[in-house]
Design a protein around this ligand. Structure first.
Ligand code: PGA
Length: 255
C-alpha cells in the first residue's frame, strides 16, 4: 500500500539540546494522534543528534532518518559516516540526492548509486530527492522533464523492483527550496504524475501505484494542504517548517 509521509529535513540546524527537545515534541504529538498505519512521520536530524534523539522518540511513531551516508563501507574515510553505523543507532531511512548535496558537495548519480546500494544493504529506506534548477525550469517542459527522468534512470531505476520498494521519491524543485517560492499544486501534480508514469514504464504499474512521491520546497502550513491534496502527491519533505514543532504538527495534519 502506498504510504503517506511527512518528513522533516532539519539540515544543519539546532543544537543537540534543541534537537532533542524538538524531536520529543514531534514524537509526543504523533503519539497523541493515533495516525492510520498508512501514514508515517519521519525526522532527519544532523548526525550528531541521532543517538540522543533515538533515546527519546517513540520509534513506533516516528521514523528516524539521516541526511546522508558515505559512498563507501567502513575504513579510512576521514569525516564520513557509513550506512552500517547509522543502522546501529536506530536509523531507519536516509535522505540521498538532496540538491544541496548535489550542488555543494558535487554528488552525481554515480556517487549516489553507491550510497543507495550501501544503504539498501543495511536495510535502510531511501528518500531520494530529484528536481530541476531554475534555469532548467525556464528552459521549458521538455528539458526539465528529461532532467528529472535522467536523475531516476541513472540511479534508482537500475535497482531491482524488490530494492525499489525501499525507495521514496521526493520531488524538490531546486528553485523552491528555502526560497519561499513554492510550486503550485498543479505544477507539483504534473511532475508527480510524470514521475509515476516513468516508474510504471520502468517497473510496472503496480510498483508505480505503491511508490510514495513527496513534494518538497517551501512547504508550510499555509500551502501544504492544497499541494498534498493532489492525486499523485503523497506528502512532503519539509525543511524550514520542520524546525518549529507547531508548524510541523500542522504539516502532519495537512495530509
Ligand atoms: P524547505 O526545504 O522546506 O526549507 O524549502 C525543503 C528541503 O530542502 O528538503
Amino acid at each position: 500500500m502506498r504510504k503517506l509521509i511527512v518528513a522533516g529535513n532539519w539540515k544543519m540546524n539546532t543544537s543537540v539540546a534543541e534537537g532533542v527537545e524538538l524531536a520529543k515534541k514531534v514524537s509526543d504529538y504523533v503519539a497523541s494522534k493515533n495516525l492510520p498505519a498508512q501514514k508515517q512521520v519521519v525526522i532527519a536530524p544532523p548526525f550528531t543528534h541521532l543517538a540522543p534523539i533515538a533515546q527519546v522518540i517513540n520509534a513506533d511513531k516516528v521514523i528516524l532518518a539521516a541526511q546522508d551516508c558515505a559512498a563507501t563501507t567502513n575504513g579510512a574515510y576521514t569525516g564520513e559516516v557509513s550506512a552500517s553505523m547509522l543502522k546501529g543507532l536506530g536509523v531507519k531511512a536516509v535522505i540521498l540526492g538532496h540538491s544541496e548535496r548535489r550542488q555543494y558537495f558535487k554528488e552525481n548519480s554515480e556517487i549516489l548509486l553507491k550510497k543507495i546500494k550501501l544503504a539498501l544493504a543495511e536495510g535502510l529506506d531511501i528518500i531520494f530527492c530529484i528536481g530541476e534548477t531554475k534555469e532548467q525550469r525556464e528552459a521549458g517542459a521538455n528539458l526539465y522533464n528529461n532532467v528529472i527522468k535522467a536523475q531516476l534512470v541513472d540511479t534508482v531505476f537500475t535497482l531491482t523492483p524488490e530494492e525499489f520498494k525501499k525507495v521514496i521519491i521526493a520531488y524538490e524543485p531546486v528553485w523552491a527550496i528555502g526560497t519561499g517560492l513554492t510550486a503550485t499544486p498543479e505544477q507539483a501534480q504534473d511532475i508527480h504524475a510524470m514521475i509515476r508514469k516513468a516508474i510504471a514504464d520502468n517497473f510496472g504499474q503496480a510498483v508505480a501505484d505503491d511508490t510514495t512521491i513527496l513534494y518538497g520546497g517551501s512547504c508550510k502550513p499555509s500551502n501544504a494542504a492544497e499541494i498534498f491534496a493532489k492525486k499523485d502527491v503523497d506528502g512532503g519533505l519539509i525543511g524550514g517548517a520542520s524546525l518549529k514543532a507547531d508548524d510541523f504538527a500542522k504539516l502532519i495534519d495537512a495530509r
